[in-house]
Design a protein around this ligand. Structure first.
Ligand code: OAD
Length: 242
């Protein structure tokens, strides 16, 4: 499908669509998490300041869904882990997702640009720790001991996504940029395809259920459920190696 060297550097951006068939809701569209919600009411520093209990309870619910035994990586996550393992060049995943399905599938070269649901961060000392249990206004930071200073380690509206320098470096150097399961609504991730095209000659591919808002900026696209189109795309890439 795309023509890149066998040891070409591949950067993959993923969004909520890749985890949909694992049973996790996307944000936008019918039944999306943000449907009927003003996002800034639950996902902003202001919301946390005004009503921390409500913000904790929104993310505690997300966490309990993610920790349900039924929620597992799907064929798309597995295919990306296989690509990283077998491809001769570097494969990096930059995910907007706060779930842990890429790492559970075996992906190692992974950046969580919007943070991680199963971690907490202390707003007093900035320490980050694994936090699988419920969080509330009495939660105590195990690093500095402060009570009530823990928040979920998720990037909120109005905050800067994580590891942007590292991501920009990957985008500048890559031979192929593949965007999977993201609607193209949220910047800076929605602008990555434009950056990549601006930097050089990398091939750009969109794999999504339907064309995203910036679909016309990609040089290639394939549309359908991630569990079908991602394994097919990976198999095609890996067939170059034989
Ligand atoms: P969205 O909910 O905006 O978009 C999900 C995309 O996945 C849509 O384009 C769908 O068409 C597509 N999709 C749905 N089911 C699919 C399937 N089975 N296979 C393939 N594609 C499918 O989610 P994101 O683009 O990830 O940020 O949203 C970006 C950010 O907005 C999130 O990281 C979150 C949110 O506000 C923060 O919370 C900071």
């Amino acid at each position: 499908m795309i023509d890149i060297p066998k040891d070409g550097k591949i950067v993959i951006l993923t969004g909520a669509g890749i985890s949909k068939e694992s049973g996790l809701d996307t944000f936008r569209g019918n039944g999306g998490l943000w449907q009927g919600f003003r996002v800034e009411k639950v996902a902003s520093p202001h919301a946390f300041h005004e009503n921390p209990s409500m913000v904790h309870s929104f993310y505690n619910e997300r966490k309990s869904i993610l920790l349900d035994k039924e929620i597992k990586p799907n064929a798309a996550h597995n295919a990306l882990a296989r690509l990283e393992e077998k491809w001769q060049g570097n494969v990096s995943i930059v995910t907007q997702n706060v779930d842990n399905l890429h790492e559970r599938a075996g992906s190692k070269n992974l950046i969580h640009m919007h943070g991680e649901l199963l971690k907490g961060r202390c707003i007093s000392c900035d320490a980050i720790e694994i936090w699988q249990e419920e969080m509330n206004t009495e939660s105590k930071c195990s690093h500095c001991g402060q009570i009530g200073s823990m928040r979920v380690h998720v990037v909120w509206f109005g905050e800067m996504p994580l590891k942007m320098k590292e991501i920009e470096h990957l985008l500048r150097e890559c031979d192929a940029f593949i965007s999977i399961g993201t609607s193209g609504n949220v910047y800076p991730a929605a602008g990555f395809v434009d950056l990549v095209s601006h930097y050089g000659m990398a091939k750009t591919v969109e794999l999504n259920l339907e064309p995203s808002l910036n679909a016309d900026q990609f040089s290639n696209g394939a549309y359908g459920p991630a569990t079908e189109i991602v394994p097919k795309f990976v198999d095609e890439l890996l067939s170059k190696l034989t």
